[in-house]
Design a binder for this molecule. Structure first.
Ligand code: TXA
Ligand code: MG
Length: 324
């Protein structure tokens, strides 16, 4: 199939809705990353999402809503903490896991009794959900295992000819995926760090909100955590300072390397090294660019501000771990 490139104009959103009603997934922008959408009650569309992405069938999807009444169609026994967090952070990059209503297809949640829900703040995403008239499930619109797409071009790199349409509305704002918090247990737990920090959530709830850790002894509460993610094919190596990098063998590499750093190197580097800023907004697009150009290594030089950003550090360490 030929992939249609649509704009955020009314007639184009109507065309996107047409495809969604025909069970054809459509990629659309959110404030975090581009999503690959299907209607939440559309079993056929949901199966197509898993196929298109090559996504393991045990990794559940996030439902995107345009207003609070849609949450009540999807979830039950909603705790008061949900309303407190929705008031503080919605619309925005916070996903909350709640008990799933039985009417919702279990394929949305890969069979889990829960459902992850968020209200995006991107006007085009909200408008699309309104035009369709139903919440949209949407994983990131990349092939499984690739970095999430932050532009329509990235979506096309992975899904051109496979997806019916992409709504191109420019680069996304945050560049990394939403924070996912599980509210189905007495103590809320962060399953995936993102742009909303643990401290922001803790200060609104007035209690500590731990980050889930995953090892072979932990039951899989969020299946997505066990998959290698966010990784370019180009190897990623992380250093805590320029000095650490410069004193090791990587600094002598004759192969073209991309260095992501917010600080200037203390000495002049050879022309093999290109230095770009290290930030959430552009991390995934730099990873993708490295794969497209003949870059042999991505070198990440951490700085104190980056090390405080739990969501960004999570994406960097996953990318580095995947290429160990
Ligand atoms: O920012 C975002 O969240 C983007 C945009 C498109 O909204 N979406 C996104 O979706 O990142 P995806 O499918 O790439 O990641 C969803 C994450 C996975 O780690 C998945 O395991 C977790 O959310 N998740 C989804 N439903 C869950 C559930 N019922 N219980 C626990 N974790 C869940
Ligand atoms: Mg994803």
């Amino acid at each position: 199939m030929e992939t249609e490139i649509l704009s955020s104009q009314e007639t184009d959103l109507a065309q996107a809705a047409h495809w969604l009603h025909q069970h054809q997934p459509v990629a659309f922008p959110t404030e975090t990353v581009y999503g690959l959408g299907a209607k939440v009650f559309d079993e056929i569309g949901i199966q197509r999402i898993y196929q298109l992405k090559g996504r393991p069938s045990d990794n559940p999807l996030i439902a995107h809503v345009a207003d609070l009444s849609q949450v009540e169609l999807l979830a039950e026994s909603i705790p008061s903490s949900f309303y407190v967090l929705a008031e503080a952070f919605w619309p925005g990059p916070l996903t909350m896991v709640l008990p799933r209503r039985v009417e919702v297809p279990s394929s949305v949640s890969a069979g889990l009794p829960t459902i992850a829900i968020r209200m995006p703040s991107h006007p085009t995403a909200l408008q699309l959900i309104k035009v369709v008239g139903e919440p949209l499930v949407a994983p990131s619109a990349n092939l499984s295992g690739k970095p999430s797409p932050t532009t329509a071009q990235h979506v096309l790199e992975d899904l051109q000819g496979k997806v019916a349409a992409v709504i191109d509305d420019g680069p996304t704002t945050y560049g990394i995926e939403s924070t996912v918090v599980n509210l189905t247990q007495p103590t809320p737990i962060i399953l995936r760090p993102g742009s909303i920090s643990p401290e922001q959530i803790e200060s609104v709830l007035g209690q500590s909100v731990p980050l889930a850790t995953l090892n072979e002894h932990t039951p899989v509460v969020s299946p997505g955590m066990k998959y290698r993610h966010y990784a370019p094919s180009t190897p990623v190596k992380v250093f805590t300072s320029w000095d650490e990098f410069l004193s090791g063998p990587n600094s002598l590499s004759p192969a073209p390397s991309l260095v992501l750093s917010n600080q200037l190197p203390p000495t002049r580097l050879t022309s093999n090294f290109t230095i770009k800023p290290l930030k959430a907004e552009t991390l995934f697009s730099e990873f993708r660019a490295a794969d497209q150009q003949a870059i042999q290594h991505v070198i990440v030089i951490l700085d104190p501000t980056t090390q405080m950003h739990v969501g960004l550090m999570n994406r960097i360490s996953k990318a580095a771990a995947a290429t160990d």
